[in-house]
Design a protein around this ligand. Structure first.
Ligand code: GLV
Ligand code: MN
Ligand code: MN
Length: 413
């Protein structure tokens, strides 16, 4: 049984067309454009014969009953939201590959033993509420009351945001997938790096997903007139922020984590009052640290604060830090890695094992059962950018390996 490669490619093109026109490829979660993508997907799920609903956490879920509905489901999916100006394939390839598997199984007149669930998780990318992996976080029971009260810049709360996409924050507990409630979770994703491309290998078997910690760093100085305040009397928060950013980059480059590499990024900031003729009074920014070594992730912020303390004091600036999120490194299960490897081999594809430096919903789904991921190469490793590109063959290979791995796991688990 093989997937329908031309149909998968057509679906990828159809979703790519649902973008903010001046900012390809953008479908930010909780926006009307995201809703258009969701409507397209829900229609495609239903047309494929899946029982389709939005769960209380705002995930789009399509179900195919199994021969034995007493068995726990095999879950397969990814996310259809994107970062700004990126994401032609990041996420949506996994959702459409999952749909393709369901369609192929249906068209072959085959029934799986296990129920199959095709899922588009809500807001995998960091959303305007400052949180990522919102839908899968809820499955893990890790979406807190405090999270629901988070506000995006226009004042909407996350609870209201969930309602706006068809979720129901009052029933969040009902979506929690307790440990042992899924047979397996599989996701196809572009690698977002260059390992596969440089090796000329079409299939990646993910060994583990990095841990990610995000902290809000608020640098507090004093807003003043930019013309009338001499340089020696300023408390310029942006000058302090610039020092922190440069030092974060230096510290991450110097950090040899005990066993695994580490990266640190400050990719988001807000300057107040953000005026050409005002000395910056405060800066809010997000420090993101990733590594397979949780201790290194955990310690990085303290280390960076220590390295910048004297400089900030000289500028007369205060620093207030708060945790936004902390996801542990997550291993992929041996049983799923083996199934992916055997599936690739049976289809005549070489495969290699590699860690994921990107975060994925699987980190939270892992609370419910074993997870695994299939990577396909993307051109020059580019991702989170409009240049993200793959070929139709690469997409088809990922979906074929996904189908073959699911068929194996359906038999063996
Ligand atoms: C998800 O795209 C991530 O931030 O790794
Ligand atoms: Mn992404
Ligand atoms: Mn992704």
């Amino acid at each position: 049984m093989r997937i329908h490669a031309a149909r998968l490619w057509r679906h990828l093109d159809a979703m790519a067309a649902l973008t903010e026109p001046d900012r390809p490829y953008t479908r930010r979660s909780f926006t009307p454009r995201f809703g258009e993508g969701r409507a397209w997907l829900a229609n495609a799920f239903r047309t494929a014969g899946l029982e389709t609903e939005i769960d209380a956490a705002g995930n789009l879920v399509g179900r195919l009953p199994g021969l034995d509905d007493g068995l726990k489901p095999i879950v397969v999916g990814s996310h259809s939201d994107t970062v700004p100006s990126g994401g032609r394939y990041d996420g949506v390839l996994g959702v459409l590959s999952a749909l393709e598997v369901a369609q192929t199984v249906q068209a072959a007149g085959k029934r799986l033993r296990h129920p199959l669930e095709v899922v588009d998780f809500l807001a995998e990318e960091p959303s305007e509420f400052g949180l990522s992996c919102i839908g899968s976080r809820a499955w893990a029971g890790a979406l807190t009351r405090g999270d629901l009260e988070r506000k995006r810049p226009d004042g909407m709360t996350l609870a209201e945001g969930l309602v706006s996409v068809g979720g129901d924050p009052s029933r969040l507990a009902s979506v929690q997938r307790k440990p042992g409630t899924i047979t397996a979770y599989l996701e196809v994703h572009i690698e977002q790096g260059r390992v596969l491309e440089n090796s000329g290998v079409p299939v990646g078997i993910v060994t583990d997903i990095v841990g990610i910690r995000r902290e809000r760093w608020l640098v507090v100085g004093r807003a003043d007139h930019a013309g009338a305040t001499p340089m020696n009397l300023r408390h310029d928060a942006l000058v302090g922020a610039a020092h922190i950013i440069a030092e974060a980059s230096r510290a991450a480059s110097e950090t040899i984590a005990a066993t695994k590499p580490l990266v640190a990024t400050i990719g988001h900031m807000e300057v107040s009052p953000n005026a050409a003729n005002a000395v910056p009074g405060s800066v809010t920014m997000t420090l993101e640290v990733r590594s397979g070594d949780d201790a290194a992730v955990r310690n990085f912020g303290d280390m960076l604060q220590g390295r910048t303390r004297d400089h900030l004091a000289r500028l007369g600036l205060d620093l207030v830090r708060s945790e936004i999120s902390h996801a542990l490194p997550t291993p992929c299960a041996d049983v799923i890695r083996s199934a992916i490897g055997e599936a690739a081999k049976a289809l005549g594809h070489s495969a290699l094992s590699l860690p994921s430096g990107a975060g994925h919903d699987g980190v939270f789904v892992a609370a419910a059962g074993p997870i695994g991921m299939i990577f396909v190469p993307c051109r020059d490793g580019r991702s989170h950018a409009p240049e993200e590109e793959i070929t139709a063959d690469q997409a088809a290979t990922g979906a074929d390996v996904l189908l073959a791995a699911i068929l194996r796991l359906d038999e063996s688990l």
